[in-house]
Design a protein around this ligand. Sequence first.
Ligand SMILES: Nc1nc2c(ncn2[C@@H]2O[C@H](COP(=O)(O)OP(=O)(O)OP(=O)(O)O)[C@@H](O)[C@H]2O)c(=O)[nH]1
Ligand SMILES: [Mg+2]
Length: 187
Amino acid sequence: MGPVGSGKTEAIKSISDIEVINTDVRATDDVRKLKSHTTVSMDVGVLHLSGHDKLRLYGAPGQDRFDFMWDILLLQAKGVALLLNHASADPLAELDHYLQAIRERAPGNGLPMVIGITHIDEKPERPLSIYEDHLRQEKIVFYGVMPPVIEVDARLRSHVRSLLLVMVAQLEMAARFPKVIPRLAAR
Ligand SMILES: Nc1nc2c(ncn2[C@@H]2O[C@H](COP(=O)(O)OP(=O)(O)OP(=O)(O)O)[C@@H](O)[C@H]2O)c(=O)[nH]1
Ligand SMILES: [Mg+2]
């Protein structure tokens, strides 16, 4: 999940082991000022892990007017990778907006979450510490931990892989220590 242009479609294209199914169409509204195409339904990809494990990847549309897709995707999601555009006007407001949207759809402990900061190269003067400072100040906890914040260039497979492995680690930890986060046992 994440705002328009944060790199959700690009990240799935970079990492997927299958050809990505996407629903990008030509943008005709304000989005056109940012980029030519936007996701209207979802992106679908797969990342093969070791053995027979695989991570199914679903990229949500960034625009709020398609938020019914967030309802559908979060109903079945095992975890959320939230991408934020570091170069946007107010990335912390976007962070709060999405955290709220996710909380409303996954109440209780929420879901395992990892936050990927994209477009860092476009705003190098803005410190990266703003995200962790904000999460700490607001005491934001999902699934028993403050969501890890990772630097990601969505165009680079290795970066996207690191982001997803951090999320897989949270899922594994939860599966091994279900008493730490009781809701996990039920999932
Ligand atoms: N310079 C730079 N460009 C990036 C980075 N990460 C992603 N991009 C580019 O930013 C654009 C993001 O576009 P998408 O992946 O379509 O964005 P999206 O999040 O799917 O947007 P919606 O579907 O409209 O919600 C692409 O052109 C990427 O190549 C980064 O770290 N640095
Ligand atoms: Mg997209």
